[in-house]
Design a protein around this ligand. Structure first.
Ligand code: FEO
Length: 393
């Protein structure tokens, strides 16, 4: 196992997690990487580590370049254990190394690793010279933990962005230019939707701070390194952070006896008739993280739930809980569903959409089975409401 040179004297020494399929609830069908970087200068710096079970891979890659005992600084950009999980291991090999981290980083790391004592805490835009390189630390508070921090090397126009701009992709390739563009951006979108979405205002602050910097390469802590597409990924982050959507709909539902499914398909016919692209997500076969990815750029979010035990159907309730935590904004919401007698689920779904400050279209419910006349009524009511909200361009 060897290091991969990304610039003269700067190497990727991370770990590839080919088997990862669940990242705290986020499905990672393509695995992931934990990107650790080695800067070999007068002083040697390691940027982040890897998940604990890949520490041997990281050490082997470092050893292909230098003796790990020569590491002077370990730049701990994030406390979360996919990046800090091998800190103790590397410190055992580099006992004189100082951990460089943000103020929240120090607090969090001390609570994870009481044995580690030697910290250098840096402020926003503080610099550290390693010899010929000047590292500038950019605090990325709450993108997505309080302690996230990026590191910019001005001599190389290189930004280590930490979790920002990441994608959960395990691959042999290290550079975005070598990887299929469509998959790269789909995974970047999924990552933003499931990890970064609640923190749009903080993302905007970081993008603002990065604006004056000349950036030719973005090296995130997961997935491919952006050696191209810099403008494209920054523009997408700006769009997502501002909750700017397209004329697109996502219909997310579950069903007991196919009645709510019939309503969901009727809802899709409305969008089709209005030339609004849509996706139907049946929660029996679509996991939460893929549903969220689909709604990241969708203006219309329709949620269908049967009533079970006087409440929202469990899968739909779970999804609404997940979506509420991720806090999408500026959407048009619509609740619908079939019920047997109580019908309590529909107003409950509608209430959750209102709590998210969506522009909520009056809900539609149907007792037992929706026949043609009921479906026609749904389609007419919904089409009228969508037309009031549809962009005219
Ligand atoms: Fe990749 Fe927030 O850890």
């Amino acid at each position: 196992m060897k290091a991969f040179k990304i610039k003269e004297n700067i190497y990727w020494v991370g770990g590839i997690d080919w088997d990862l399929r669940d990242f705290h609830g986020y499905t990672t069908e393509r695995g992931s990487t934990y990107n650790s970087y080695l800067i070999v200068d007068k002083k040697v710096a390691l940027v982040d580590t890897v998940k604990h079970y890949l520490s041997d891979d990281m050490v082997e890659r470092i050893k292909s370049v230098i003796d790990p005992s020569k590491i002077d600084y370990i730049i701990a950009q994030h406390v979360e254990m996919d990046h800090s999980g091998s800190l103790e291991k590397i410190i055992s090999l580099a006992p004189n190394a100082t951990i460089v981290t943000s103020p929240f980083g120090e607090k969090g790391l001390r609570q994870h690793f009481p044995s580690i004592k030697s910290y250098k805490v840096v402020k926003n835009l503080e610099t550290l010279s390693t010899g010929k390189y000047t590292l500038t630390f950019i605090l990325e508070n709450m993108v997505h933990w309080p302690d996230n921090m990026g590191t910019y090397i001005q001599e190389e126009n290189l930004l280590f962005s930490q979790d920002a701009f990441g994608q959960h992709i395990a691959s042999y390739q290290r550079f975005a230019s070598e990887y299929p563009e469509g998959i790269l951006f789909e995974e970047a979108k999924k990552y933003y939707a499931n990890i970064v979405l609640p923190y749009g205002n903080q993302v905007k602050k970081v993008l603002e701070q990065a604006k004056p910097l000349k950036i030719e390469m973005i090296a995130p802590s997961h997935g491919l390194i952006f050696d191209r597409y810099i403008d494209k990924i920054c523009e997408l982050y700006e769009k997502w952070a501002n909750n700017r959507t397209d004329e697109k709909a996502v219909i997310i539902y579950d069903t007991m006896w196919d009645s709510t499914k019939k309503l969901a398909h009727a809802v899709s016919e409305v969008f089709e008739s209005l030339d609004i692209p849509y996706e139907l997500c049946n929660l029996k076969v679509t996991n939460f993280s893929n549903c969220i990815t689909r709604l990241i750029d969708a203006k219309y979010i329709a949620i269908g739930s049967p009533t079970l035990n006087s409440s929202i159907y469990p899968s739909v309730a779970g999804f609404l809980n997940y979506m509420s935590g991720l806090c999408p904004k500026n959407r048009v919401g619509f609740a619908f569903g079939s019920y047997g007698w109580g019908g309590q689920s529909i107003p409950k779904v509608e209430e959750i959409l209102k709590q998210l400050n969506f522009d909520v279209i009056p809900s539609f419910s149907c007792q037992y089975i929706p026949f043609e006349d009921t479906l026609d009524k749904l389609k007419k009511n919904l089409a009228d409401e969508i037309l009031k909200r549809k962009d005219s361009k």
